[in-house]
Design a protein around this ligand. Structure first.
Ligand code: ZN
Ligand code: ZN
Ligand code: ZN
Ligand code: ZN
Ligand code: ZN
Ligand code: ZN
Length: 577
């Protein structure tokens, strides 16, 4: 689920007025509410519509004005993905899953610590990484001309929410409905959303809110949970690496539930979307008629992997025992398919690869250029640096300055994971390998151009040290905890002696990352240290506001709801604007 908004670009996929939903007409046997206008769908015989993929329900009359994108496509429409910071799993009362729109209390669920995103553990794979963009600073951009937009989140509104447009109630206990801005808290009906003024003034917090376009967060390889030091979260770094295969839950079980019982005339197939998925036994199941044609099987497979693309570009093969594959052939392809003893037939979904060329989309993202992406044709000779150069030109920047930029491979599944591509890498090979390994993953991988230069000082806050020591003593403790002979940091201070906390600064992200990892696991005098990477305020970009920094207060209430959510203010050593 993602509603229309400034961080959503419907042109990233070919999506019509249906917003990617597969609407089916339905007569509801019990009272049902429209997810679009919040009203009841009245009468036993009145027809409504329901989406097969995401369970979005609406009146026939509301179809025309839908603003919520289907969870099947939403992830691919986000311009600048930002990973959510997941809480621990639990049964969350009185909320709805943002992916399947069902209640969260019936199944193990998670919520985002930073924004109002709720999701079942089972639906987490399809969660849309569109958390609040808390740090959008770009050097050389005119801040005055930049506007803050609302960041609308659908559903789970506070009770008594009123629509800013029509002034009527817009929350619902019955379904995922209504919308709320993550910044200013304004609420509206999805039906009324388009009449809201697009600009966001941060609401009641406007006087103390630091606008995201004057903030940077350090670029490190640490996942957000660790960067923000959110407690109680076990970070499994293996699921974070771009190089690791995407984990697609096997859903033999759910596919066999309720309506889709295996019938005489249908067959369940195990579908792999690539070599790495087969290696890791990660597949999805699809049910097809035993007499299905090759084309029907292919289309069912595409749908199971949420791939919305020209179906003609894909084909299917069967996986043989020795790992080889063999094309399926009409008229009745399933008749001759091998079924390893007691198991389902195994099918590969493949892309019709062109060994000579490919079209690659490159995103402007963090450069905040007016175009979301450009499409670049790459051939056998194209290197990553050529792609950067061409993309810069399309973005209206100087292509000759390619060596000041990196191409970042960003994977959107399971959060947001990044890898910096080597400028000498062969682009065509890179893309072909991705497709061969997992088509689903290929569809949720993006290439972004990003400035190499990190405008950030790497300041790290350390708290829970003994109080009232001398600077020299603090330095000695830190060196010991870091296991270093020489100071790996370039500066220490300010020191908040009465709180036993201080800030150390590093000149490279690598040094800062290494230190954070060591210190977050360290204890001193039986007390666990509090360690945070600090965001930076870019000086001179937001005149008229005065920030008093009281960093030493943070440790008292360190992590309720995430560092950025509760206390995004300036880092301590910055000048005041
Ligand atoms: Zn309606
Ligand atoms: Zn849908
Ligand atoms: Zn769900
Ligand atoms: Zn979030
Ligand atoms: Zn707003
Ligand atoms: Zn309204």
């Amino acid at each position: 689920m993602a509603a229309e908004g400034h961080n959503v670009d419907a042109t990233l996929l070919c999506i019509g007025r249906d917003h990617g939903h597969y609407f089916q007409k339905k007569t509801f046997g019990k009272p049902t509410y429209c997810h679009h206008c919040c009203d009841k769908i009245w009468g036993m015989l009145t027809q409504g519509y329901v989406c097969e993929v995401c369970n979005f329900v609406c009146h026939e009359k509301c179809l025309k004005t839908v603003v919520s994108f289907c969870s099947g496509v939403a992830l691919q429409l986000i311009k600048n993905p930002v990973a959510h910071t997941w809480s621990e799993q639990g049964y969350i009362k009185r909320h709805f899953c943002c992916v399947c729109r069902r209640r969260t209390e019936d199944q193990l669920s998670l919520e985002c610590e930073v924004c109002e995103y709720y999701v079942h553990v089972e639906c987490q794979d399809l969660a849309v990484s569109d958390c609040k963009e808390a740090a959008t600073y770009v050097p050389n951009l005119d801040k005055a001309a930049q506007k803050q937009h609302h960041h609308m989140r659908e559903g789970n509104l506070p009770r008594d929410s009123k629509c800013v447009v029509c002034k009527k109630t817009c929350y619902s206990y019955e379904c995922l409905a209504g919308m709320r801005c993550e910044w200013c808290g304004q609420t509206a009906h999805a039906l009324c959303y388009r009449q809201m003024s697009p600009e966001c003034d941060f609401g009641v917090l406007r006087k103390i809110m630091l606008p995201p376009n004057s903030v940077t967060i350090p670029r490190t390889e640490l996942p957000m949970e660790q960067l923000l030091n959110i407690h109680g979260i076990q970070i499994d770094s293996s699921t974070r690496k771009v190089s690791s295969p995407s984990k697609i839950t096997s859903d033999d079980v759910s596919a066999g539930s309720s309506e889709e019982k295996e019938r005489e005339d249908t067959e369940f197939l195990r579908i792999y979307d690539g070599n790495s998925s087969l290696r890791n036994q990660v597949y999805r199941t699809a049910s097809v008629p035993k007499t299905a044609t090759v084309q029907q099987i292919r289309d069912a497979a595409l749908r199971r992997f949420h791939i919305q693309d020209n179906p003609e570009s894909y084909y299917i093969t069967q996986v043989l025992n020795n790992g080889e594959e063999e094309p399926l052939e009409d008229p009745v392809p399933l008749r001759n398919v091998k079924r390893p003893e007691g198991r389902r037939a195994q099918i590969f979904l493949r892309f019709k690869d062109d060994p000579e060329k490919a079209v690659v989309k490159v995103y402007g993202g963090w450069l905040r250029v007016p175009v979301t992406f450009c499409a670049i044709t790459v051939t056998k000779e194209t290197l990553v640096q050529d792609v950067i150069s061409e993309a810069l030109q399309s973005f209206g920047l100087d292509g000759l300055t390619w060596n000041r930029y990196n191409l970042i491979e960003v994977s959107l599944d399971r959060g947001v994971a990044e890898r910096t591509a080597n400028p000498q890498e062969n682009m065509l090979q890179l893309v072909r390998n991705l497709r061969k390994d997992s088509l689903r993953r290929y569809h949720v991988v993006r290439f972004y151009v990003q400035e190499k230069e990190d405008p950030h000082d790497h300041a790290v806050f350390v708290g829970n040290l003994p109080v009232s020591l001398a600077q020299r003593q603090y330095e000695r403790i830190l060196l010991k905890l870091l296991g270093a002979k020489e100071k790996p940091f370039t500066a220490i201070g300010p020191i908040y002696f009465e709180y036993g906390s201080l800030v150390i600064t590093f000149n490279t992200p690598k040094a800062a990352t290494a230190a954070v990892q060591k210190l977050q696991n360290a204890t001193y005098e039986d007390k666990k240290l509090i360690v945070l990477c600090l965001p930076n305020v870019q000086v001179g970009c937001y005149a008229g506001l005065l920030y008093k920094v009281e960093l030493s207060k943070y440790p008292e209430k360190p992590m309720e709801g995430g560092y950025l959510k509760s206390c995004l203010t300036s880092s301590p050593d910055e000048d005041v604007c």
